[in-house]
Design a protein around this ligand. Structure first.
Ligand SMILES: C[S@@+](CC[C@H](N)C(=O)[O-])C[C@H]1O[C@@H](n2cnc3c(N)ncnc32)[C@H](O)[C@@H]1O
Length: 258
């Protein structure tokens, strides 16, 4: 029996992250979850190392603290930071929510399927690529802003992420593919002047539908109804979370399936 103590931040997100990791890493295991307040007891699991490496919102596993080194990766500690840099725990949870697979049936072995590549088409300073890389995924990042790519590279190198491919490119023109985890720009910083935030996100969803490999995780300001827009574009909504960031911003995090 495994016992995972979850952080109480962001209400349902820590449990959703745990569920997503169990689903993607142990798709064939019959697991029983017993949830009491912040602790989840899991029966049917024989190895905790994957959970220990992957989870962002786990505080303890079997009574031993989980240390992902987030404090060393807070935006102000990075060589290159920007006001829009994503919090590392949230970035990691978003990668997990997209349910990427590593190797066969999650963990490797017989009947191996190719490992998923995490693609952030609005990569900025690389907050998502950094967490995905540290979890062991190959990553692809693009950003339209020329100053972001050298800064993003500086961050990935500083934290010794190896397997990445980043370049200056416009999302709306890209032919790259992958498991998309992304936090596009909000409001005035959108790259399409003259378009409202809703119009901009509608175009993002349209392009996402074209290039997604299946499940994607995308952030937006909570003020726009991205869920309804995604349904209209033919996506299924697997999950929706509202995350408080500060008094001026809450984010809507959606997990979408094509
Ligand atoms: C909210 S920031 C991403 C923050 C990132 N998750 C981080 O942790 O640094 C959005 C980024 O999207 C980029 N961007 C805006 N329009 C774009 C486009 N059409 N194609 C690619 N990148 C774009 C901006 O330059 C900005 O760096």
């Amino acid at each position: 029996m495994f016992s995972v103590k979850l952080s109480q931040e962001h209400l349902t997100l820590p449990l959703a992250e745990l569920n997503a990791v169990l689903e993607s890493c142990y798709p064939d295991k019959k697991l029983t979850l017993n949830i009491s307040e912040e602790t989840v007891k899991i029966a049917g699991l024989d190895d905790e190392s994957v959970l220990r490496k992957r989870l962002g919102y786990a505080m303890e596993i079997n009574g031993v603290e989980v240390e992902q080194g987030f404090s060393a990766r807070y935006p102000r500690k990075r060589p290159f930071s920007y006001p829009t840099t994503l919090d590392p725990k949230l970035a990691r949870a978003m990668v997990n929510l997209a349910r990427p697979m590593k190797g066969a049936k999650g963990l490797g072995g017989k009947g191996a399927r190719k490992e998923d590549v995490i693609f952030d088409p609005f990569c900025g300073t690389g907050g998502i690529l950094l967490e995905a890389g540290l979890m062991g995924f190959k990553t692809i990042g693009i950003d339209i802003d020329e100053k972001m790519i050298p800064g993003c590279k500086q961050n990935l190198d500083f934290y010794e992420v190896k397997d990445y491919d980043i370049s200056v490119e416009d999302f709306f023109k890209t032919k790259k593919r992958g498991t998309i985890v992304t936090d596009p720009p909000y409001g005035k910083s959108t790259s399409l002047p003259g378009k409202s935030v809703e119009e901009f996100y509608n175009l993002i969803l349209e392009k996402l539908h074209e290039i997604t490999n299946g499940i994607s995780c995308i952030g937006s300001p909570s003020t726009i109804n991205l869920g309804e827009m995604a349904l209209n574009q033919g996506f299924k909504i697997l999950e929706e979370h509202i995350i408080y960031v500060n008094k001026d911003l809450s984010k809507r995090i959606l997990v979408l399936k094509k």
